[in-house]
Design a protein around this ligand. Structure first.
Ligand SMILES: Nc1ncnc2c1ncn2[C@@H]1O[C@H](COP(=O)(O)OP(=O)(O)OP(=O)(O)O)[C@@H](O)[C@H]1O
Ligand SMILES: [Mg+2]
Length: 246
């Protein structure tokens, strides 16, 4: 398959309400994609389905060159085959240093004790420093993660996901609660990550989306309403009507 991820005919209802309605679209290898749409459009539910958290009522999500269907696979397996997801609330170990958090992620052992009982290998050490540089936290490696700013914690979590080298990184509302400077740095990190993998970003902040400078998929009532460059979709009358609540 030429695409990395191909969502076709996905639908899911919650108590009779169709949150995703015959949704179809695809994401290429090493593509940056933004997903926008009003509250309740089904953006987060789409990520829940791809990561195996929610099982759709119908449709398929095909993955990779072997076109494996992700539907029915459990969350751990989906993570192992190369899909990383960043949640809105960072899940870093606050009592551990930035270095230790990254080392835990590099080792793929999420237990906080693991880092205490293994001697770091040079290769892992190098990887931690490389990740710290990618996320702009090289100067903070010895700090306790709990002392980091909100934005820095988010970058650390992105670094921990990148440590697993996912082929697809899913990021839900990364800009929420960040200062302008933090938002700008976050776009840089995501753009860099998208050079070597696919990155899908859900975001309401249009300036953030503009800086990503990528194809945009607009969701509405669980389906694709429009797709294309930001300037293109924001001129689409259906999109204008939805955002104005008409
Ligand atoms: N597990 C669930 N149980 C019941 N209803 C749900 C569940 N998950 C999502 N929904 C409903 O599905 C709809 C789509 O929700 P979703 O969270 O995907 O929207 P969203 O596009 O991410 O919105 P927002 O921009 O506000 O985050 C909403 O009406 C939501 O209440
Ligand atoms: Mg959401």
């Amino acid at each position: 398959m030429s695409q990395l991820l191909e969502v076709s005919g996905i639908s899911v209802s919650f108590d009779g309400f169709k949150a995703i309605n015959n949704l179809s679209f695809s994401i290429g290898h090493a593509e940056m994609r933004a997903i926008i749409g009003p509250n309740g459009a089904g953006k987060t539910t789409f990520m829940d389905i791809v990561t195996g958290k929610t099982k759709p009522d119908e449709g398929s999500v095909l993955w990779g060159d072997l076109s494996r269907n992700l539907i029915g696979m459990n969350e751990a397996k989906i993570a192992r085959i190369g899909i990383g997801r960043k949640f809105q609330r960072p899940t870093v170990f606050e009592d551990q240093s930035v270095f230790d958090n990254l080392m835990i992620a590099v080792r793929n052992d999420r237990s906080p004790l693991a880092v205490l009982f293994f001697r770091p290998k040079t290769k892992d050490n190098d990887k931690v420093h490389e990740l710290a540089s990618t996320i702009g936290l090289s100067q903070e490696l010895m700090r306790k993660s709990g002392e980091l700013s909100h934005g820095q914690k988010q970058w650390l979590e992105i670094g921990m996901l990148l440590a697993q080298d996912p082929k697809l990184l899913l990021v839900d509302e990364p800009a929420a609660g960040m200062t302008l400077g933090e938002r700008e740095h976050t776009t840089d990190i995501l753009k860099e990550a998208a050079k070597t993998r696919a990155v899908v970003v859900i975001e309401h902040d249009m300036e953030f989306i503009r800086r990503l400078d990528c194809k945009v998929t607009v969701l509405h009532e669980g389906s694709v309403l429009a797709e294309g460059a930001l300037d293109h979709v924001t001129k689409n009358q259906d999109v204008i009507d939805v955002y104005l609540g008409r």
